[in-house]
Design a protein around this ligand. Structure first.
Ligand code: SAH
Length: 255
């Protein structure tokens, strides 16, 4: 039954893929929604009832999608904008706030909430051990929204500063060369044996995780469902007979 309700916009992180990694809060908000908005593959992960409407869209039209969601919420619908992982990490939440800042004044009066999710870097870290146990950062290698020169400058700065680096959006068919260029730069700064983790489709049935070193890291191993994690000088690999290695970063750092 559809009731008249005041509009609300929830920006929901669905987690990395596995249903068990979606929070109970996200499930509750999805159950209350009248409309779902998101990139098609993410919407596929939401089981809609017959009274709930899915509005699929292309992955690149984030601002249009945000405005669509805001218009629906302003018309009284309960809208859930869905993203994979955490909705605030290289995802829809920022696009929604950008649309509010530059959009209709009435949109500032809407009830807006962000529902956090387990981001890919957390799911991946948990699968291999504790690589994010010391200072770390996350960088998107996509140059759709920022110049490639900025990506390189940031990579060099954080590698020199000793951060563990989670690389999101390592490459796509439209951007096949970025990851190789990133490895080339990182090899100038970091030791050849620095641990590198390739984690594809973490928590899903097709999950594949490989631990290698910076000198052996092959960009062709990654695709758009892959998170690449670069260790620091404090990242250790514990080899185990007959089992995957454990990767962790030392908590203690000397001056
Ligand atoms: N909001 C998402 C990130 C979206 S950007 C989050 O918080 O996880 C898309 C990138 O996220 C992909 O290119 C990949 O680098 C990473 N990613 C998303 N889901 C993943 C998964 N299950 N396993 C590995 N990487 C993933």
């Amino acid at each position: 039954m559809t009731r008249a309700v005041s509009g609300r916009l929830s920006i929901v992180g669905l987690g990395p893929g596995a249903a068990a990694m979606r929070t109970p809060q996200a499930d509750a908000v999805l159950a209350e929604a009248t409309d779902f908005i998101g990139y098609g593959p993410y919407l596929d992960r939401v089981a809609a009832r017959p009274d709930q409407v899915k509005h699929a869209s292309d992955n690149r039209e984030e601002l249009d999608r945000a405005r669509h969601a805001l218009r629906l919420a302003a018309a009284g619908r309960r809208v859930a904008v869905v993203s994979s992982g955490d909705a605030g990490v290289f995802a829809m939440a920022s696009a929604v706030f950008e649309a509010i800042e530059h959009g209709e004044p009435a949109w500032r009066k809407l009830e807006v909430e962000v529902v956090p999710g387990i981001s890919a870097m957390m799911a991946v870290a948990a699968r291999v051990g504790a690589p994010l146990g010391a200072d770390f950062c996350a960088i998107s290698l996509s140059d759709n929204l920022k110049p490639w020169a900025v990506v390189l400058r940031r990579l060099r700065a954080v590698a020199e500063a000793g951060f563990v680096i989670a690389l999101y959006n390592p490459l796509s068919t439209a951007r096949p060369w970025q990851l190789g260029a990133a490895f080339e730069l990182l090899r100038e700064v970091l030791a050849a044996e620095t641990p590198v983790i390739f984690a594809t489709a973490a928590s899903r049935s097709e999950e594949r995780i490989d631990v290698t070193t910076l000198d052996a890291a092959d960009p062709a191993r990654a695709d758009m469902r892959t998170l690449v994690m670069i260790g620091s000088a404090a990242t250790r690999v514990i080899e185990r007979e007959g089992a995957a290695p454990l990767v962790y970063s030392l908590r203690r750092v000397s001056a």
